[in-house]
Write a protein that binds this ligand. Sequence first.
Ligand SMILES: *Cc1c(COP(=O)(O)O)cnc(C)c1O
Length: 457
Amino acid sequence: MTENVSGVTADSSVDPAEKQYRFDTLKVRGAYEPSEHNLAFSVPIYQTTSYEMGDTARGDRLFRQEELGFLYTRVGNPTVDVFERRVAQLDGAVGAIALASGMAAVSHSILNLADAGDHIIASPYLYGGTFDLFKSILPRYGITVELAPSLESEAIQKLVRPNTKALFIESIANPKGYVADIATLAELAHANGIPLIVDNTFATPYLIQPIKHGADVVVYSATKGLSGHGNIIAGLILEAGTFDYGNGRFPQFTDKGYTLRDRDNVYRSFLEVFPETPFTVRVRLALLNYLGAALGPFDAYLALLGLETLSERTEKQLANVRALIEYLQGNEFVSWVDYASLPSSPNYELATRYAPKGSGTIFAFGFKGSVEEQEQFIDATRLFSYQVNVGDAKSLIVNNAKTTHSELSPEEQAAAELAPETIRLSVGLEDPQDLIDDLDQAFAAVFGRRPATAQRA
Ligand SMILES: *Cc1c(COP(=O)(O)O)cnc(C)c1O
């Protein structure tokens, strides 16, 4: 297997032989061949800044993209490379790049498409950090992000302008658990000559594989369920390999540049040199290279370790989600439970179509009580940990309006349909009865008695 300067290109694409293996095999063995790593059976942590170039002739070949090989860990590292290619296999992507965080993945995916003067259309249901990046940071650099009033096609189509460069959505948006109609939105984006970017963090490739539904770019916070143990910050960008960046809207892919010149000093474009994976290679060479949000090899190793149990963790968490929802649904101190896979959810049809196994390991409920009582309730939980994180092996609780989504003004929270009584649970791997008992005793601590529940009735 060949590696390039950047640790990507030919080598980031999926090995056709490995493509025959199924998800659970790939998640523990994909993109790794012990014979290429001194027979080490566990993926080694390549704790090195740089790599020997050998002689100057090889150095020349590396810098002309004629030979593939690692140069410097900011732009490519063998441990990180296994992580990138393994997730690419799980998602059916042709290329992938890991970054130091999910926010780096979100910001780089936009910066790779939009320059000053450009316009992005985004879902109104967004992660708080993404919302703030779009609202407060990107506009300072001349990139306007317009939040659609809804995910309806007509509403989004109305916002498209000649300078629109992407449509950005989340496959499952939190805390309400909105499931996006990826195929319809991909069609709409393509009809307008722009790619669809899908933040698939809450779904993970185990529950939804956006590329199969037409997404062009997939971003992850690997910090969450993908790695699943609450011990790293990491992100990824994947590309489907189907979007035509040479359609005239994206000169950054077709402009010929000095950095990509060949041996005869002929300038070349990203699309010419990397026709299979122009998106992720450009993120690597033109953005990560200079903005510098590189993932370290040890964090990539931990991410790989977490990934090995993605399916098993998610199945157990989904079972715990079902048990908790059953307890909360008939509970007198709960006004509503939002989980798209519930038949009562307005999102039920989309959830069953896109995430038939279940619409994630995170859900929200409405606390029937005052803000003070809501805070007492959270403080009274002993097992659920009060945290802004999600996707940990341990169960977490949070009041979103005051924490994760506090960047949003009350009007913006209303537009995102985030009610103040919302409590979000990120469900871990504990015994479900212990989790139920914990909520039960917390309700009792606030209201002076255990709730009447449908379960108990
Ligand atoms: C957490 C999160 C991010 C940001 O990821 P970090 O790894 O924390 O930088 C982006 N999108 C979604 C949906 C997230 O949940």
